[in-house]
Design a binder for this molecule. Structure first.
Ligand code: NDP
Length: 252
């Protein structure tokens, strides 16, 4: 029921960080995973590391998720070469921090394009191909910030709230074609994106006190939910946003 062996999966932003951990989980489960990022060399290095696991299969693709035309071209090529993905994980994302009154407009555009518009750009051509086949799994990586705001990251919170609603909207349109669209909302996991947070003792202390589990998440703790949403086990689960956050969003 949870088997994803042989399934073709594209994980955006998988050359490092959380996306890389998600890709690793799928490769270890025997899937054929397409590793993605902007820099072909960095993507190739990450792919080689996953190939060394000697499970599943690994391919690569490089494109900027904020460039709608580049996305369409790359996705068309991918489908032509490898077939229609069974699983799409929209993970690529970016963070910018500043007080609201000082937030740079270009940074607002970047955050919205990378975190929200990209989900539309990448999903649309793949969903179209999935509809033609009559099956598919789309998993959007949102955040606890899809539900809770925090100082200095209003644009990020807006983008992730958008991802949660886009997930519902996509489910509304695609579920009749046997495509399940869900979101995973991670709590705090130490990656490059939030180095400024985990390297700050005061923030580290805050995360541990604010999270009922009293610790940061470990990247492999996202894999169980990922495999559930990527496999037949979730064939009647769609439009949901599952929080993998050690209980953070359950408490004040
Ligand atoms: P990282 O900064 O470690 O990695 C970001 C990834 O996204 C990289 O692979 C990067 O590729 C890719 N990416 C960024 N911008 C673009 C772009 N324009 N085009 C293509 N790829 C791009 O971040 P995380 O791993 O921490 O975050 C991954 C996702 O998880 C994000 O959506 C984030 O919001 C979400 N998340 C993270 C949490 C955490 O605690 N870390 C908590 C909740 C959600 P490149 O190397 O080319 O830059």
């Amino acid at each position: 029921m949870f088997d994803v062996a042989g399934r073709l999966a594209l994980v955006t932003g998988s050359n490092r960080g959380l996306g890389n951990a998600l890709a690793r989980g799928l490769v270890e489960a025997g899937a054929h995973v397409v590793i993605h990022g902007r820099d072909a060399a960095a993507v190739a290095t990450a792919a080689d590391e996953l190939r060394a696991l000697d499970t599943g299969k690994v391919s690569t693709v490089a494109f900027d998720v904020t460039d709608a035309a580049a996305v369409t071209g790359a996705v068309e090529e991918l489908v032509e070469q490898l077939g229609v993905p069974d699983i799409l994980v929209n993970n690529a994302g970016v963070q910018r921090r500043a007080p609201f009154t000082e937030f740079d407009s270009a940074d607002w555009d970047l955050v919205m394009a990378t975190n929200l518009s990209s989900v539309f750009y990448v999903s649309k051509p793949i969903a179209k191909a999935m509809v033609g086949r009559g099956s598919g799994k789309i998993i959007n990586i949102a955040s606890v910030q899809s539900q809770l705001a925090r100082q200095t990251i209003a644009p990020y919170s807006a983008s992730k709230g958008g991802v949660a609603m886009l997930t519902k909207g996509m489910a509304a349109d695609l579920s009749r074609d046997n495509i399940q669209v869900n979101a995973i909302s991670p709590g705090y996991f130490a990656t490059e994106m939030n180095e400024a947070l985990w390297s700050d003792p005061a923030f580290d202390d805050w995360v541990k006190k604010r999270t009922p589990a009293q610790r940061w998440g470990r990247l492999d703790e996202l894999i169980g939910t990922l495999l559930f949403l990527a496999s037949d086990a979730s064939s009647f689960v769609t439009g949901q946003n599952i929080f993998v956050d050690g209980g953070m969003t359950a408490v004040v």
